[in-house]
Design a protein around this ligand. Structure first.
Ligand SMILES: Cc1ncc(COP(=O)(O)O)c(C=O)c1O
Length: 487
């Protein structure tokens, strides 16, 4: 790594500024922390608040960077080997929206998998594109979803040659990566744009034992949540530009259009520091984390009620795995993932990133330690010996989606902006156009997206879910007995 990566221009400037205790006649109103509630200040210490400044020449502007922010972004681009990097202060969510708006014009179409993050639907609505949905594969044995394979994308490209871009989420929440090198080749051979949601992969480039990163595989635009795995503060993300097909100035304008004019400089400085850390020490720091993650996976796989799929199992299915993500399957315990999440929180002081009926997801980051992992293993061991095991669980079937053939008859944007929507009984919904998304967890794939025709099959499936303990995200009432449709 180049010597320049030792530099942290944005952090240094803010640090120098903070040390001067400059009298503030600018926002924010707490004035260098003076008016911050004592309880918070006693806990955090007071120095933190000297970093919370507004835009002025000394600290540079995120919207028109000419000095420190410009240098910090340039160093990030250098570390990741891309043409340009944008710092984001609203996470990868804003990055996903920016990718759609940058790559597409209203009326263009984009190929993508239905399991994309919810910010992707925001991007689709904001940009006014037609989504061409790929139904993701659900693996019944591992009880997880796979994002699009090269074969699925090739088929979609053949079927919809008018598509402007392909959007891929890799790694998924479970750390599963698709074959991006092949996908990039397929997409670029046809002159299309490749957009990648790599929210869970800002570290991939920095260790040879991790799957290949989107920035190396050839994405035109790629978003990474620096805060999820590296040491940036929450909301700190980066959008990387590395394209011959998209105009950089357009991306610049879009990112500026979407972001606040009052970015939190502490978040920005933390991205600068996180980049330095991973660029200089990423391999060294992730080496033990990868080792502890694999150690933990092996130990969990010796328990009677819990299991953790391995890289070998994922590779056998044509995908790859970032082993630092532990998907812990709990179905054999007879308890749901939600229940085990609660036990871990209440009895063991451990919080996982998320849970569903079948799985817990434990995300490791650059700050994870062997002790943390040992505590997780010990806790699971105790829960394992205390639980009797499943006596025939009936939740398994919920992973099965009907072979939904969906039809987009209106653009999600048009439905979203429409005034004329009504709520009708679900049993009468067949034939209507959905005006809301409905996503049962598990498996976390939307059954309906605004603009899609509700078929009798989808109606029956949703009616079935309303009788079970399946959470359907998007339902606006306590029970799923009604649905919003286009009038
Ligand atoms: C795959 C994926 N993409 C995007 C996001 C949004 O990222 P952020 O929380 O940084 O806005 C998430 C958040 O969990 C995610 O899992």
């Amino acid at each position: 790594m180049k010597k320049s990566q030792k530099k942290t221009p944005l952090f240094d400037t803010l640090y120098q500024h903070a040390r001067r205790h400059v009298i503030s006649f600018h926002t924010p109103g707490h004035k260098n922390g003076r008016a911050i509630d004592k309880r918070l200040k006693d806990f955090t210490g007071k120095n933190l608040y000297y970093f919370d400044v507004t835009v002025f020449p000394e600290v540079d502007s995120l919207h028109d960077p000419v000095s420190t922010i410009k240098k910090a972004q340039r160093l990030t681009a250098e570390a990741y080997g891309v043409k340009y990097s944008f710092f984001l202060v609203n996470g990868s969510s804003v990055g996903n929206e920016a990718m759609f708006l940058s790559a597409c014009n209203p009326g263009d179409s984009v190929i993508l998998s239905r399991n994309a993050h919810k910010s992707v639907l925001s991007g689709i609505i904001l940009s006014g594109v037609w989504p061409i949905w790929i139904q993701p594969k659900v693996d019944q044995d591992l009880e997880i979803i796979f994002d699009s394979s090269p074969e699925q994308i090739e088929q979609a490209l053949n079927q919809f040659p008018e598509a402007k871009a392909v959007f891929v989420t890799t790694p998924t929440y479970n750390g599963v990566t698709t074959d991006l090198v092949k996908i990039a080749e397929l997409v670029h051979r046809r002159g299309k744009i490749l957009l990648v949601d790599e929210a869970h992969g800002p570290h991939l480039k920095f260790h040879p034992d991790l799957p290949i990163s989107a920035v190396e595989a050839g994405a035109d635009l790629c978003v990474q949540s620096t805060h999820k795995i590296l040491s940036a503060l929450s909301q700190g993300s980066v959008l990387h530009f590395n394209s011959e097909l998209i105009d950089l100035n357009r991306v610049r304008k879009i990112v500026s259009l979407l972001q606040t004019t009052s970015p939190n400089y502490l978040i920005l400085a933390s991205i600068d520091l996180a980049r330095r850390q991973v660029a200089l020490y990423g391999e060294k720091m992730f080496h033990p984390i990868i080792k502890y993650a694999e150690e933990t996976r092996r130990k969990i796989n010796q328990l009677k009620n819990f299991s953790c799929f391995t890289r070998g199992e994922i590779r056998a299915r044509g995908y790859d795995l970032d082993v630092t993500k532990l998907t812990i399957n709990v179905t054999r315990s007879g308890l749901s993932g939600y229940k085990i999440e609660e036990i871990l929180n209440q009895e063991y002081n451990i919080q996982v990133d998320c849970a569903d009926l079948f799985n817990l997801i434990a995300i490791l980051g650059i700050g994870s330690t062997r002790t943390d992992l040992e505590k997780l293993t010990q806790a699971l061991k105790k829960i394992d010996s205390a639980t009797g095991g499943a006596k025939g669980t009936n939740v398994r079937e919920s992973l099965q989606l009907p072979s939904l053939s969906t039809e987009m008859v209106m653009m999600p944007r048009d439905v979203f902006l429409m005034q004329k929507v009504k709520r009708i009984p679900l049993r009468k919904a067949a034939g209507h156009i959905a005006a809301q998304s409905l996503t049962p967890y598990p498996p976390g794939i939307p059954v309906l997206i605004p603009g899609e025709r509700i078929t009798p099959e989808i109606r029956d499936y949703l009616l079935g879910l309303s009788n079970k303990e399946i959470r359907v995200t998007g339902q606006e009432t306590d029970t799923l007995k009604t649905i919003k449709v286009v009038s």
